[in-house]
Ligand binder design. Sequence first.
Ligand code: ARG
Length: 459
Amino acid sequence: MSNRMWGGRFSAGPSAIMEEINASIDFDRKLYAQDIAGSKAHAEMLAARGIISEGDAGKIAEGLDAIKAEIDEGRFTFSRALEDIHMNVEQRLKELIGPAAGRLHTARSRNDQVATDFRLWVRDGLDHLDDQLAELMGALVARAGEHAGTVMPGFTHLQSAQPVTFGHHLLAYVEMLARDRGRVQDARRRLNECPLGAAALAGTSFPIDRHMTAASLGFDRPTANSLDSVSDRDFALEAMAAASIVAVHLSRLAEEIVIWSSAQFGFVRLSDAFSTGSSIMPQKRNPDAAELVRAKAGRIIGDMNALLIVMKGLPLAYQKDMQEDKEQVFDAFESLSLALAATTGMVGDLQPDIKRMAAAAGSGFSTATDLADWLVRVPGLPFRDAHHVTGRLVAMAAERGVELADLSLADMKTVHDGITEAVYDVLTVENSVRSRTSHGGTAPDNVRAEVKRWQALIG
Ligand code: ARG
């Protein structure tokens, strides 16, 4: 039997394999709430413009509400033969209300319908993402407040570089996530135009009111060009680009949690709630959640790439290739939502080992820069000379297997006789971080002020 929705010129149905490759209902059923909202807005507008009767519009709205309830409650039977969510809903509407259902598709096409549904879904996804980002920021800011004065090594090249505060380190991620929220909100602004009423590709001869449907679906305005309306997917690409950058940020934090929680570092401990054991090695506590967050980034970036590649060669306007836009977006957003929830959980859960962090912060000549700066400030050496003198002192300490603060004043004077007892003040980790008061520096006072600023911003 030919398809009842478009089969007028067909005498036979599709082959089994045609039906299999063509059907999207197995994944686009996720769009049902958006599809029904779009159809209700469309029918209401058609009636307001006298294109269909108020009576038919009323029946359509009631029928669509009933279908929404059926799907919500798992009572709806989806059919592959009906291809996609749009035709599944319309066919059921026909069963429920009869011929009036056939009037719903006046002045629209599945092309503008799917573009509208998908925008609505992505918009919800972006809003949810924004909320989750705010939550994670709140968790990081709270921990940063607790650890404004907790010292740890700062790294470059994963080699001890200079001491920093743990609070400062956590606030670095807050900065990243704040920019992420900016990207998410920005993508939402550009996305928020309504394609409904562009019809198949050229617009329609019916006297529709696209401003009305746009407003009732919460869009800022209708899209301006019908061809663009049905062929644009950059709202999805942009959302996935923003999501990919979030995922990269989460992955970097996850990687740090993996490193920090290793026995060799021992900077943080995740509780049993966020650790897993090994079935063979009884001593193990594995940071699986962090590892999986790290992996999600690869998956989400892959999703974005897949859609970029699907889109890159398509002529205007709608091409069926574009049906392959949804699974990646669903996967990216669902993966990211899980990754964000797990990260927020781990941030709240992790317990820093303050003593171990402090000991590590003081090892590896981490205050060498403080010493060089002191040589500039007190005996007045040019920085390059101070760097050289410090290097010789580091070499001396390394040779003896001690830290800089363990060298005697007499020994230090053999390298530069302008060095005085006062130098020992800058060799402690606490004094080092306390002195870093420049704008954006790691000093505990700075961190406390930043925590306050973020608390006020996040609310
Ligand atoms: N299931 C289709 C999609 O996701 C809906 C649009 C179909 N349009 C068409 N002209 N075949 O893209």
